[in-house]
Design a binder for this molecule. Structure first.
Ligand code: MN
Length: 172
């Protein structure tokens, strides 16, 4: 992958409920979704992805403790980080990522430390409750038995666990 590929980041976030924040660089910001069950490498597992606020690019590498009462309060670690490539096509033609997301269907190829290969972001649901699904593409990186959330629970940046970070940076 080239140096100019946009970035993605997945942050493990122990807030009211443990979840994973999936973020991809689009148009100079991080488009973001909260994954209550995290990502999977099993194409049979469609993981709910709830859209959340855009974040600044710098936030992709943030980990630490956010005090109670502040936005995003809780403990955050960078579970995976890397670049991605938009491989969305419509009628055989490549579609820009912002167009693809606007249309509710994007296919991206992740090049992370833990996750690699294709993932589909598909908008579904109805009414005022936008909900998306994040699903692994059936490719050479698909693996129904690999459980990356369990096998690789730590930060890819610091090797720390959420408990380590909370102990080092959290309240007394
Ligand atoms: Mn979060």
């Amino acid at each position: 992958m080239g140096d100019t590929d946009p970035i993605f980041s997945i942050q493990k976030h122990d807030a009211t409920h443990l979840h994973y924040d999936f973020r991809i660089e689009v148009g100079g910001v991080l488009r973001s979704w909260a994954l209550p069950k995290g990502p999977s490498t099993d194409p049979a597992q469609k993981r709910l992805a709830i859209p959340t606020a855009d974040h600044e690019l710098d936030y992709a590498t943030f980990e630490g403790y956010i005090p109670e009462g502040q936005y995003g309060s809780g403990t955050v670690l960078v579970w995976d980080i890397g670049t991605y490539r938009n491989i969305t096509e419509k009628d055989g033609k490549p579609q820009p990522i912002d167009t693809a997301l606007g249309a509710g269907h994007a296919v991206i190829q992740l090049d992370g430390k833990k996750l690699k290969g294709g993932y589909i972001l598909q908008r579904g649901g109805d009414g005022g409750q936008p909900r998306w699904l994040l699903t692994k593409v059936q490719d050479e990186h698909a693996d129904a038995r690999r459980k990356p959330l369990i096998s690789f629970p730590y930060s890819v940046l610091s090797g720390r666990s959420l408990d380590d970070i909370k102990r080092e940076e959290g309240p007394e």
